[in-house]
Design a protein around this ligand. Sequence first.
Ligand code: PLP
Length: 423
Amino acid sequence: MSHDRPSGEVVLPSVDPRPRFDVDAIRAEFPALHQEVNGKPLTYLDNAASSMKPRAVLDAMAAFYERDYSNVHRGVHTLSQRATTAYEEARQDLATFLSTTPDEVVFTRGTTEGLNLVANAWGRTFLRPGDEVVLSRMEHHSNIVPWQMACQATGATLVVLEIDDHGQIAAGEIESKITARTKVVSTSHVSNALGTVNDIPRLAAAAHAVGALMVVDGAQGVPHGPVDPRALGADFYAFSGHKMFGPTGIGVLWGRRERLAAMPPWQGGGDMIRSVSFEQTTYADGPARFEAGTPAIGEAIGLGAAARWLMSKDLAGIAAHEDALLAYGHARLAEVPGLRMIGTAPNKKAVLGFVVDGVHPHDLGTLLDMEGVAVRVGHHCAEPVMRRFGVPATTRASLALYSTPTEIDRLVAALHKALSILS
Ligand code: PLP
């Protein structure tokens, strides 16, 4: 179709050929979003802590528990075979989500367990006194403490990449701190406290140039769409299901197959062995080596459904929607008197962290809840970040693909109301 102007000039209509991202249609798939809290419509802005679940995930889990439930891998009976098939199909779904094959997908309990697995199985085996493990100041505690423990056990040392006032790795840190002594670089893909997107390809190139391993905490990376950890340059990439619209109690550790093959098991037990005797045990290959005991079967199936669900969406539309909303959030929050944003990196995602002069975040969080607005207050398991910015805690509103400008408006209105009460 074209429109002719009186002058005869033909003006093509501005039709975007990409499918339009319809946030209302997305929201309709999330039952939990449609409720009132304290007499107000729920404004759920705590997505970095955990996201809501679409009907597709709830249905997949219910169907498994209602019809196919049994233990996996060890049974010859029909239900066990169905459960095993569904569990392994979920692994395939996650492999597709990560642009890889199932032999690189280890199911874990979540990001924390994935990082502990690498720090224990790889770290305690290969780290030596004098070696260095490089982390950034913006890490979540689950990407600090396991490495600290591995360093204590092996005599290796932690080295910290400092961050600048915007909350991004400071200039010169990568060049000066990733050295011949470095054996591991482990950073978040996206910071949960600041929203900063780290330049993983650059960090990975620096790590690999000195023969070090690149480990990525992807907890806040995957909720925004599929990730290709190999293309990013990672050796390991850990994440949780519950932040990417899947259930709790399940996550993935992606590892390059040669890295997984070279790594001893961490936990011992059923399913991770080839044969056991009192004299000697041999271990299974591939992901099974790291999945001791009965896994979270229904949860893995739920996570597979979440990955399929996300992949079925307009990913470019989601990214554009979330980025526009983040910019809108920054602009609207700037109107609030005494409010200071914590985390202003040019490349950031989905996180609006702030403090307000003279107001404790916990008081703010409680008053926002009275308005139906769910945010997180505290140190967000990132105490070194709080110290860097000289604050004990922040208030954090975090977005997901179903967040809307109206919710930002409600947050800002609730903030004004809360501040009028507190000041
Ligand atoms: N890393 C980051 C960046 C996170 O945001 C979180 C959770 O908030 C974690 C790790 C830990 O995730 P989980 O508690 O699901 O293991």
